[in-house]
Design a protein around this ligand. Structure first.
Ligand SMILES: Nc1ncnc2c1ncn2[C@@H]1O[C@H](COP(=O)(O)OP(=O)(O)O)[C@@H](O)[C@H]1O
Ligand SMILES: [Mg+2]
Length: 386
């Protein structure tokens, strides 16, 4: 930086009118650099504010409130390949964008209205490039009484392009995750139905057959009767397991009775398998909606409840579901130890990331808050499509 300043200090490409005032360098530097900066400034009397401005790769100008360029740094003349006389005193929108009026969203317009410093990111219609255009009031006026502003313009196309690529790839990944999630859900539903219907029927037939045999066994074949009874018991267990697996894959109640009924069933399950007391309120009493959306809310609720059981140490959990005119709101609140800040922001908290992504895929949000020793609340809000 110092070298650069030295080498450029004697050059001046902006002509007499447009020359930036020669000033002594005064800038803040780190303590260990201070003495050498001071020595440099002393040993090089040519080092001026103009040199610094001329060494910047972006445009720095002084303009009056009517968009006339008063002074410009070297980047303006070199990059526009113009002489100072073609720039100084000229109408800035014309020089910069080839326009006869201010560019849309021109920050000077805003700054002139008295809103102080104004910074904008604008697409330059002439070049098709993105620029960052900033205007700062100087507090000075021209001899004609026009206010003077410092105007800085930098090309941010590369950053914008990178941002756009990042946004596009995030969008693609989100779409992919949404697609995979719906495929997974479809597969689960299909598997749940097949296990329940096919295997369920086979086992029921088997149960009827063992009962038929048991009823017809001669009384003297006592050990056979015992065996038939044991077989009947094993078949009963298998029927129960089939029901459990198919329900865990996808609770039929969600498809047949709707979201409120499914969450009610889930909280009852939680109460019957754990010591946690669970309450559920739905307003209105039964809420049914498009299948994709109810699956999303149900899966988020399931994950939140699983977390309560696994991590919270809570004795109570309260679940509420509310349908508003334009959105559905779910809240799962426990009285456990409270989720910690680092767990909330940990990218490896896949359960939490999954909840957020599921909500986001429907344009919704998930807010999770934890109060130490008081509990955790998961609040979900998802817009309902018109
Ligand atoms: N209700 C809760 N109460 C306390 N801690 C929680 C709660 N929910 C989540 N956590 C914490 O946040 C972490 C991340 O949760 P999650 O992403 O679901 O991961 P997993 O359940 O697989 O551990 C958990 O490991 C746990 O430490
Ligand atoms: Mg989890």
């Amino acid at each position: 930086m110092e070298n650069h300043l030295k080498t450029t200090s004697t050059k001046n490409s902006v002509d007499g009118n447009g020359a930036l005032a020669q000033q002594t360098v005064s800038c803040s530097v780190q303590p260990h650099q201070q003495s050498s900066a001071r020595e440099n400034a002393k040993s090089d009397p040519q080092l001026s504010m103009k040199d610094i401005l001329d060494s910047l790769p972006f445009y720095v100008m002084l303009i009056d409130e009517r968009h006339h360029i008063l002074q410009a740094n070297r980047a303006v003349t070199t990059q526009l390949a113009m002489n100072g006389k073609d720039i100084i005193g000229k109408y800035c929108p014309k020089v910069m964008h080839g326009l006869d009026g201010p560019i849309e969203l021109c920050p000077l317009e805003e700054a002139v209205k008295g809103r102080g410093l104004t910074e904008r990111e604008i697409l330059d219609p002439g070049s098709g490039r993105w620029i960052r255009s900033a205007v700062y009031p100087t507090g000075r006026t021209t001899q004609d009484g026009l206010r003077i502003f410092l105007h800085m313009i930098s090309d941010i196309s590369d950053r914008k392009r990178a941002e756009e690529q990042l946004t596009a790839s995030q969008h693609e990944l989100r779409e992919l995750s949404r697609h995979l999630e719906s495929v997974r859900e479809e597969e689960k539903t299909k598997l749940a139905r097949e296990i329940h219907d096919e295997l369920g029927q086979v086992l029921t037939a088997l149960k009827m057959d063992t009962a038929w045999i048991a009823a017809r066994l001669p009384a003297e074949l006592e050990s056979f009767a015992e065996k038939a009874k044991a077989m009947n018991h094993v078949v009963d267990q298998a029927i129960y397991t089939v029901k459990r697996i198919s329900t865990e894959l996808r609770p039929g109640v969600l498809d047949y009775l709707g979201l409120s009924a499914a969450i009610r069933w889930q909280t009852q399950e939680l109460e019957s398998h754990t010591p946690i007391r669970a309450s559920f309120e739905s307003s209105p009493e039964e809420i049914a909606m498009e299948q994709n959306l109810s699956t999303t809310v149900f899966r988020i609720c399931q994950e939140a409840l699983t977390n309560v059981v696994r991590h919270s140490g809570a004795t109570r959990v309260k679940v509420t579901l509310r349908k508003e005119p334009s959105r559905i709101v779910l809240s799962v609140s426990d009285n456990g130890e409270g989720i910690k800040e680092d767990q909330l922001s940990d990218p490896k908290s896949f359960g939490l990331v999954g909840m957020r992504e599921r909500a986001l895929s429907h344009g919704g949000t998930v807010k999770i808050t934890g109060i130490p020793g008081r509990g955790t609340t998961v609040s979900v809000s998802i817009p309902i499509p018109e």
